[in-house]
Design a protein around this ligand. Structure first.
Ligand code: GLN
Length: 492
């Protein structure tokens, strides 16, 4: 049998339906691939026995004619989603041994649709980062390398384990979460597709919180169609999340008509930032040409407050994080470091349990929310956020979607940006504005850099118009014809 791990979710779904292979066989192929991918450090916890049981149950359901939309498809789950009875770490020492007795809504929906969990994948600690270097469980390695150069590269972050697992064919798809770019940027760095839905489209219930007004779960897979298939099963109203929106879930896969004639695509002039590399600029221009050739109308637009998005994000996200992470006190979850009294126990637990980047964010966030500085920082940042949302609202009076690069560079090496948090934060320059405005966005692999690394283009849509994002994304994917895959050096 040909290598089952190379199939798309759509092709595997058809193969399973026709009886060409079983979920047990498909799952076994992925368990082997997962075991062989250890040098990438994509998985924190592998659950192969559970996967085999789930695949067996899936085959039985199919035999009875009860196949769900993702019946028998093996997936990796970002270790930020609580999974019943399975260690959930958020890649933090402070959650040592935390095994939830409940299942996140999004993962519960995936299992209801018949999907099979392969394991829990690595991420930046509490999803704070753009390179996966902040995980307590060690960094994830990008399956891609520069041409003729064996040095390891970052997979992006924070959903770097999800991206690396999917790009290395050790999972057919993965869940991610995106607070400021954590689905889109790692997708771009690893040559896969990552989709961040509109804020409120997927329930956050049971997802370890980073910045609650920004966090949004979404799918990562190797094709636009596969992300559309996954999102259909992940999305939907959930009474347990007060920001979940009660709207019907459209047939996202059906939105992939291939027809974008007459659609108006905005090109924001403020995204031509100083120092944008020639190759990213050229790729962006190429994307514009592809969409034009497919019949879209290209419109120059202005999003005037773009340059304030990063500073506003790096106040708001840490402020919310400092509040959300107050719950890790050594009493209720995970790690406890004993102290001479209760306060000392809290302090010792947090000092040992959190890594340097998380501590930096907690300090910034607590400072920005403190009585003397609340107005100067937090309130100001909220005002900027409102302006940014308004910029998009105005632009969308005139266009149907917006095309930009996903990230300002291709994947970089470990430690290259480690000393300078500001340089690291700059990675999010193209993804953060849409996060602040709560908009849907997708990253589609569109080409290779001069060094042979994948580069992504980002499409942004109107609130709850994921369908247009998928439709245009599908056309972009088709035009780009990105079929490159990394050499499988990690298999030794
Ligand atoms: N890189 C951004 C940050 O560090 C975004 C992370 C995310 O989306 N979770 O905050």
């Amino acid at each position: 049998m040909s290598d089952l791990t190379k199939l798309t979710i759509a092709a595997a779904r058809d193969g399973l339906a026709k009886g060409d292979f079983s979920s047990r066989e498909l799952t076994a192929a992925h368990i082997t691939a997962m075991a062989a991918s250890k040098p990438l450090n994509a998985y924190i916890t592998e659950t192969p026995e559970q996967a085999v049981d789930a695949a067996t149950a899936s085959d039985a359901r199919r035999a009875k004619g009860e196949a769900g939309k993702l019946e028998g498809i093996p997936l990796a789950i970002k270790d930020l989603f609580c999974t019943k009875g399975v260690l959930t770490t958020a890649a933090s020492h402070i959650l040592d041994g935390f095994t939830p007795h409940y299942e996140s809504t999004v993962t519960a929906k995936l299992w209801d649709a018949g999907a099979v969990m392969l394991g829990k994948v690595n991420l930046d600690e509490f999803a704070m980062g753009s390179s996966n270097e902040t995980s307590f469980y060690g960094n994830v390695v990008n399956p891609w390398r520069r041409d003729g150069d064996d040095s390891a590269l970052v997979p992006g972050g924070s959903s770097g384990g999800s991206a690396s697992a999917v790009a290395s064919f050790s999972a057919m798809g993965a869940t991610g979460t995106d607070t400021g770019g954590s689905i889109r940027q790692p997708a771009a760095f690893t040559g896969i597709v990552g989709m961040k839905p509109t804020y409120g489209r997927c329930s956050r219930w049971g997802v370890v919180a980073f910045a609650s007004s920004l966090d949004q779960p979404g799918p990562m897979a190797r094709t636009v169609r596969d992300t559309a298939i996954m999102l259909e099963s992940m999305a939907g109203f959930d009474a347990k999340d007060s920001t979940s929106v009660n709207m019907p879930v459209p047939n996202f896969e059906g939105a992939l008509t291939g027809d974008i004639k007459g659609l108006r695509i905005g090109i924001p002039k403020e995204y031509r930032i100083d120092g944008l590399s020639d190759e990213i600029d050229a790729l962006w221009q190429q994307g514009i040409d592809w969409l034009k050739e497919a019949g879209a109308e290209i419109v120059e637009i202005s999003l005037p407050h773009t340059k304030y998005a990063l500073p506003a994000y790096y106040i708001i996200a840490p402020a919310e994080a400092s509040s959300n992470l107050a719950r890790y006190d050594g009493v209720r979850f995970g790690l406890r470091v004993e102290g001479k009294d209760l306060n000392d126990m809290y302090a010792s637990t947090r000092a040992e349990g959190f890594g340097a980047e998380v501590k930096r964010r907690l300090l910034i966030g607590t400072y920005a929310l403190s009585a003397g500085y609340y107005d100067a920082y937090y309130l100001k940042a909220q005002k900027v956020r409102a302006r940014i949302a308004e910029d998009f609202k105005q632009a969308y009076l005139n266009v149907d979607a917006i095309l930009t690069p996903t990230a300002p560079s291709a994947a970089f090496g470990f430690g290259e940006k480690g000393d300078d948090p500001l340089e690291m934060y700059l990675n999010d320059v193209f993804t953060v504005p849409a996060s602040l405005a709560g908009l849907p966005g997708i990253s589609v692999p569109a080409g290779l850099s001069k060094e042979g690394l994948p580069l992504g283009l980002q499409l942004l849509g109107k609130p709850f118009d994921e369908e247009t994002v998928f439709r245009v994304g599908g056309v972009l994917e088709e035009a780009a014809g990105f079929t490159a895959t990394p050499t499988d050096w990690w298999r030794g």
